[in-house]
Design a protein around this ligand. Structure first.
Ligand code: FAD
Length: 292
C-alpha cells in the first residue's frame, strides 16, 4: 500500500524508524527488533540508508523482510548524493522487484571536505524527479522544523516547496524537542500552500552521549527544561530512560491533540522503549479514532 493512502484513510498513522545493523553483525540480528516492533501494530516501518556506507544493501533486504514476511508496509530510505544515475536506476529496480512501494528520498549528508554538492544528484529534489520519472513509487522526503544547517530558514522552505513540486507525497521531520518549532513551521508551510502531510519525527532520549552527537550533527536545539533532565539523570540509565520516555510521550500527546496526521518514532532499534510509549498513548489513540 502506498503510504500517502494511509494518511488519507487513517488518523493517527503511527510509524517507526529502524536502522540496519552494522556490517560486523549478521543481518538476522535486526529480526528480533522487527519482531518486537511488529507486535505494536505500526502502520509502517522505515529503514534508514547509510549514505556512502557499506551496508546500503541491507536497507533493501530489511525493507523487503518487513513488507513481504511481516506484511507491514515498509518505507525504504534512499540517499542520492554520490550516486550515479545508473546506480539509482538499479536500486529502484531492486526495490520494485521486492514489491516495495514507498521511498524516503534524501540527499544524505555531505562529506565534511565538500562545500558544494556535485555529481548526478546534488539535492533530494533531483532524486524525487528521477523516481517520479522512473516509476509509480510513493515518495516521502525530509523537512527541518528548525531549518537545515546548510541554508537559512527562508531558502530551505523555498527548496522544500521544490521537493513537493517534484512529486513528494508526505514529509517526515528531523527530530525536535520543542513542539513550537513544528507548529511555527507548519504555519509557514500552510502559507506556502504545502498541503501534503507533515509528520513529526520524535526520538525518545535514553542515552545522553548519543543525543549530544545527533543534535550536534543536525543542529536540533535542546531546550533548557530538557537539558536540565539530561544533566540530572545522565549517570543513572534507569532514571534517564523514565524521563526520556515521559518527555517523548508529552511531545506526542501534545502533537496528536493538535491534529497531526501521524507520529514517526525514531526507535533507535529499542523495542522496550517504543512499547512503553505505545502503552502510554493507547487510550489517546483510541479516543482520537472515535472522534475522527
Ligand atoms: P535536501 O532537501 O537536498 O536539502 C539539503 C540542503 O540543500 C538544505 O539546506 C536545502 O535547503 C538545500 N537545497 C535544496 N535544494 C537546493 C537547491 N536547488 N539549491 C541550493 N540549495 C538547495 N541521512 C542518511 O544518510 N540516511 C538516512 O536514512 C537518513 N534518513 C533521514 C530521515 C529523516 C526523516 C530526516 C529528516 C533526515 C534523514 N537523513 C538521513 C539525513 C539527511 O540525509 C540530511 O539531513 C541531509 O543533510 C539533507 O538531506 P535532504 O534530503 O533533506 O536534502
Amino acid at each position: 500500500m502506498k503510504i500517502k493512502n494511509l494518511y488519507k484513510t487513517k488518523k493517527p498513522v503511527i510509524s517507526f524508524e529502524i536502522f540496519p545493523p552494522n556490517d560486523k553483525y549478521p543481518i538476522e540480528s535486526i529480526y528480533e527488533t522487527i519482531d518486537g516492533l511488529s507486535k505494536l501494530n505500526p502502520d509502517f516501518i522505515s529503514v534508514t540508508y547509510g549514505a556512502g556506507g557499506t551496508n546500503q544493501g541491507r536497507t533493501l533486504e530489511i525493507a523487503s523482510k518487513i513488507k513481504n514476511t511481516y506484511k507491514i508496509e515498509s518505507l525504504a530510505h534512499l540517499t542520492c548524493f554520490g550516486s550515479t544515475n545508473e546506480e539509482i536506476e538499479i536500486i529502484l529496480n531492486n526495490l520494485k522487484k521486492e514489491n516495495i512501494e514507498n521511498i524516503l528520498a534524501l540527499r544524505g549528508d555531505l562529506p565534511k571536505t565538500l562545500i558544494k554538492p556535485n555529481g548526478d544528484f546534488k539535492y533530494a529534489s533531483n532524486l524525487i524527479k528521477k523516481i517520479k520519472k522512473e516509476d509509480n513509487f510513493c515518495i516521502g522526503a525530509a523537512f527541518y522544523p528548525e531549518g537545515h544547517l546548510e541554508t537559512n530558514d527562508l531558502l530551505d522552505l523555498f527548496y522544500l516547496k521544490e521537493k513537493v513540486k517534484e512529486g513528494t507525497d508526505f514529509l517526515i521531520s528531523q527530530i525536535f524537542f520543542d513542539n513550537d518549532y513544528f507548529y511555527t513551521f507548519k504555519e509557514k508551510c500552510d502559507k506556502l500552500n504545502i498541503t501534503i502531510p507533515l509528520i513529526p519525527g520524535i526520538i525518545p532520549v535514553t542515552n545522553v552521549k548519543q543525543i549530544k552527537k545527533i543534535t550536534e550533527l543536525c543542529g536540533t536545539t535542546i531546550p533548557p527544561k530538557f537539558q536540565k533532565i539530561l544533566d540530572l539523570y545522565k549517570d543513572n540509565p534507569e532514571a534517564l530512560k523514565e524521563a526520556g520516555i515521559a518527555y517523548a510521550v508529552e511531545q506526542i500527546i501534545d502533537l496528536l491533540s493538535s491534529g497531526v496526521s501521524g507520529i514517526h518514532i525514531y526507535t533507535m532499534n529499542k523495542v522496550d522503549i517504543v512499547k512503553e510509549i505505545m502503552n502510554r498513548i493507547e487510550k489517546i489513540k483510541t479516543c482520537l479514532k472515535e472522534v475522527g
